[in-house]
Ligand binder design. Sequence first.
Ligand code: SF4
Ligand code: SF4
Ligand code: SF4
Length: 294
Amino acid sequence: MKQPAAPRWLYYRGTVQFLSTLFANSYFLQSLKGFCYPGLNCWACPVANFACPIGALQYSSIGLRGVLTSDKSLWAALPLYVLGTLIFFAALFGRMMCGWLCPFGWLQDLLAKIRRRKYKLPRWSCYIRYAVLVVGVFVISYYTGQPWFTKLCPQGALQGGIFQPLLHPELRAGIGTMWYTKQAILLATVVAMIFTLRPFCAIVCPLGAFFSLFNRISAWQITYDSQACTDCGWCIQHCPIDLDPRQQVNSAQCISCLECQKCPHGAIRSHPAWRPPQVACSADQLPTDPEGAS
Ligand code: SF4
Ligand code: SF4
Ligand code: SF4
């Protein structure tokens, strides 16, 4: 069976990442700053158009404490709008926002192009980001009354921490220990991005951890067809985060970039969950010899 060629739009991922970063930071849409962007993009950046969902979740957690210690309605403090937005995107696309839209994910893809030996992270490290989501985003904010993840986030250090004092000289007088701490974290993260594939996504990012929960049940799914696969290994060489797509498409680590869908044998395809692709004929599905030759 002749396999269909990969759709052309798969070859424009870099362009989509660039345009999405521009869209999120074009300055001219700042009236949208009340809306969350489905990617890690710091709202404190002077040109950012949208709110950061992680920042919004932390402030909700801080607000929740005030509500629980008063007689106000609990509903008012629940981050229903932010969670609703994130669940909407994740239920439709799983982690495709990580592979296609997130500005910080794109930065990691760009830095990964620097030719250096890439070190593998230990398997257990991928669970840390769930702890960051629960403890770093919700619990610590609730108990300290401070959005500590946002305060230390390297994306915030890059967008808010560098561009704000660059564009607003009057802010430079406020640079102190906290600013230097954030920049040190950013520097360490950038170095890690050169020597490891998407380390921030793999270990730290609470937004990616949230999207991961939906990767296997989202409306857009990736299917691997073992009958069409020739085990050539092309997909393993081209996965930007060093997964084995034959076993790990739709996994919690998979960023749904769809690079593996360019498989030269058409063995990996993405599709709406309700319309799975036809699988290739396996040997035991071939029509029997009409002449009954044995
Ligand atoms: S996991 Fe990576 S790509 Fe996904 S939201 Fe976080 S930083 Fe962005
Ligand atoms: S590139 Fe396609 S044919 Fe080759 S190993 Fe991967 S899935 Fe199989
Ligand atoms: S398994 Fe495929 S879709 Fe997932 S990250 Fe790797 S190349 Fe991208």
